[in-house]
Design a protein. Sequence first.
Length: 155
Amino acid sequence: MQIQQLNRTDAEKVFVVITNADADTITTGMGVRYVGGAAAEVVSTNGANAVKVAADAAMPQFAGIANQDIASNGAGLVQAFGYVNSILLSAEANKTVGVTGIANSFLKVGAVAGSFTSTQTAQALSTFAGKFVQAWTTANISGGLNYAAGFVRAI
């Protein structure tokens, strides 16, 4: 775990190191979860292996947002707490994600693995047990994969 030292000009951030157990690259801004909890993942469970969050699924073992591109079987940083510059948003028709109200800014897993979206309702929470991803900027996600800045709390 990497915790930023006192810095008056930069937001507080916490990073964790993961090993990409996915078959392909985890790119910057993607949601990441630790491997474990499912019978098929038992052999890969070691506390460091992680994969992209699955499309349109719950987010068990949520680790945070990828801070860099992480190649398959490579190690890299995932931001577990703090202000995030890039959160990958899922491409959906005629949808705006972001700050249209506090409840509407909370994100959930999108239609593309590793991405996030919002239902624009108060029930659009990312996860449970106090873990969440919240958009702090507004983006139109129609027609492409876009990014938003926001806040992550995975620890």
